[in-house]
Design a protein around this ligand. Structure first.
Ligand code: 8Y4
Length: 283
């Protein structure tokens, strides 16, 4: 019983709530799409994105900086150098909206100019004070994600007195900041930030209690794909976490997720189409 939302992504319409939307992950780092050497090849990245669209992705999330636990921040110029050619190339060849995964307002702004239409801010409008105004200027939907700490520090034994209460309060503050900057609350998507300042147990409880985020009245996005909580439960390395990802996606959708951010688009599309059919049956 997800609420339905229609999201205008700068001319591209996303209908959320009946059919689960799949966001395909496009990591544009030199170790993901190299030209055979040390350099990033934008065309290979674009080809991978187009394959994800053929497999059923509704959004492509382009990110240039690794936000894995313990990762160092990436200089602005290098982040721009990685993501802009890919966004330019992809926006000419794909119909689906492109999101820019960044917490820097300057990167978001340049990405929107280059053809992106959604901002995916892992800080939930808490790091860069200019992010709200960039979103408002372009009328771009923003994913507001919860994080405790920073990517560098977040996994140092995170503790919560009230896990879902703290996440909800942080996301509500993100929605407030967006509105204060002039972005309508209708343009905000909320995300509990699986893996960002959470223990294995916290991540499992977030999925178990995801329905509580519906009190925010906004579409819900989750990003469980291949994350370490799956590795911890199943004792599997990152390349072997597909079934754990699919279980997390199925439960997350049943508990109210409108959008799932994943690496493995084809199998996830199949799982969410089936879960959607079960949820819609008889209505
Ligand atoms: C293997 C591969 C294991 C990647 C872990 C990872 C989210 C997100 C990330 C999320 C939103 C990641 C940018 C972390 N996670 N954005 N971004 N929600 N909105 N780690 O959960 O994928 S990066």
């Amino acid at each position: 019983m997800r609420r339905e939302f229609v999201l205008d992504c700068r001319g591209k319409t996303l209908r959320l709530g009946r059919r689960t939307a799949v966001m395909g992950i496009l990591n544009v780092t030199p170790d993901s799409f190299s030209d055979g050497g040390l350099f990033l090849d934008p065309e290979r990245a674009v080809d991978h994105a187009l394959r994800m669209v053929e497999e059923g992705a509704d959004i492509i999330d382009v990110g240039g900086e690794s936000t894995r636990p313990g990762a160092d921040p990436l200089p602005l110029q290098e982040e721009l150098r990685r993501v802009l050619p890919v966004i330019e190339g992809l926006s000419q060849r794909a119909e689906v909206p492109i999101s820019i995964d960044t917490y820097k307002a300057e990167v978001a702004s340049r990405a929107l100019e280059a053809g992106a239409s959604i901002i995916n801010d892992i800080s939930g409008l808490h790091y860069d004070p200019r992010m709200g105004e960039v979103a408002a200027k372009y009328g771009a939907p923003v994913v507001v994600m919860h994080i405790k700490g920073t990517p560098k520090t977040m996994q140092a034994s995170p503790r919560y007195d009230d896990l879902m209460g703290e996440i909800t309060a942080y996301l509500r503050e993100g929605i407030r900041r967006a509105e204060e900057a002039g972005l309508p609350p209708e343009k905000v998507i909320v995300d509990p930030g699986i893996g960002f300042g959470k223990t294995v147990e916290h991540n499992l409880i977030i999925l178990q209690r995801l329905d509580e985020l519906s009190s925010l009245g906004r579409p819900i996005l989750i990003g469980p794909s291949r994350k370490s909580f799956i590795g911890a439960v199943l004792d599997l390395q990152v390349g072997d976490r597909l079934y754990g990802t699919l279980a997390s996606v199925a439960i997350g959708v049943e508990r109210g997720a409108h959008i799932v951010r994943v690496h493995d688009v084809k199998p996830v599309r199949e799982v969410v189409d089936m879960v959607d059919a079960i949820m819609e049956a008889g209505s």
